[in-house]
Design a protein around this ligand. Sequence first.
Ligand code: UD1
Length: 424
Amino acid sequence: MTKFVIQGGTPLRGVVSASGAKNAILPMLAASVMASSPCVFHSAPHLSDVSTMVKILERMGAKVERGGLNGSTLYVDPTSLNSHVVDELLMRQVRSSIFLMGPLLGRMKKAQVSYPGGCDIGQRPIDLHIKGLKALGAHFVEEHGHILAERTKWQGADIHLDIPSVGATENIMMGACLADGVTIIRNAAKEPEIVDLQSFLNAMGAKIRGAGTDVIRIEGVKSLHGAEYTVMPDRIEVGTLMIAAVMTRGDVLIENAVVEHVQAAIAKLREVGALITVNGEGVRVRGVERPRPTDVKTLPYPGFPTDMQPQMMALLSIADGTSVITETIFDSRFKQAEELSRMGARIRNEGRTAIIKGVPKLSGALVEATDLRSGASLVIAGLAAEGQTVVGGIRNVDRGYEKFEVKLRSLGADVVRVASEQTG
Ligand code: UD1
């Protein structure tokens, strides 16, 4: 059990670089099982979710190695894959393991999975994944918590998603690559990670177009080969660092950011008074005064991302007035509110709405990260707070932020990782 011990109050200053995106590489690793030759991923972040996904692939017979500069390259050789069974215990640790359903059905004609784990942020059903793969020809049987999927025929289909689910769009898109004929996904999710997945799959020999719009067209091919690919920068990490810079009234240049991907965050941060400039090197963010209040509603891309909502709540908790956050994507994503209240924040939750009355300052406290993004929000709250904050549950943060405390320290933050016994 590790914790972060943070001495708050130092403005973040300096230059930092975004890592490869967790939500892009996870489906790509799943897709790699369809390749007839090895795949190489550059900018592969060191995250526990990525390690878990790698272990899952290894259990199924794939060979995976890390190498390159700072170990940022992953080599995946799926040619020795000999199992269609996704390890149950590992599957409970990472939700993205569900992405293996489509690719395994494509390559091995069957897949055995269990219900996925990941962040506890309310109901996260997989009905749309199953509906889409059924439309391509899969049959599903559920036994003792395992889901067994099999197919003989694998035929392109016209699929309309009830909700633009990111995961369902990706799973169906991957599954459809090896189906006969054309698949159309309508009301598809438009997140940048889906565009990145399309580029990777096309580099493997797939024929996909339309990712980034709400209609994606996949023309099935007979086989896919390995590909070498650089994973897109993590836009949620970029957004988190931007919010941290504003909250500490710092001055941070974030390199390797795709500015287009963080426009919703830029707009909101400008509303609260941050100075944001964009040039060829990246995004420069300055927090100059106490943030002004604003209202935030989470929406599918290009709306304000739900994965940045907890961090925004931390920021608005020190705004000069009252803000309202409406969470429309997940039904239980205000877990950070209680922890922020321990630090002096005044937040009232009413269903999917949170009303935040800004206070001049937060004060350090013992808090617990219960999921990935709420963990990030507590860390940045601790950076801005007066005194010492100890954030427990750091394994949740390690799922999605590469060397978070190292990056924050490089910007001047006083944050250390300690084993819990050391904090007493
Ligand atoms: C992905 C991201 C996650 C992000 C989320 C929303 C990855 C690995 N994770 O998660 O970080 O918070 O998008 O941007 O990329 N739904 C159903 N049935 C389904 C699938 C989803 O009802 O079969 C609902 C969910 O309960 C949720 C909504 O659709 O209310 C959106 O979920 P979805 O877009 O699928 O999120 P994930 O792919 O799980």
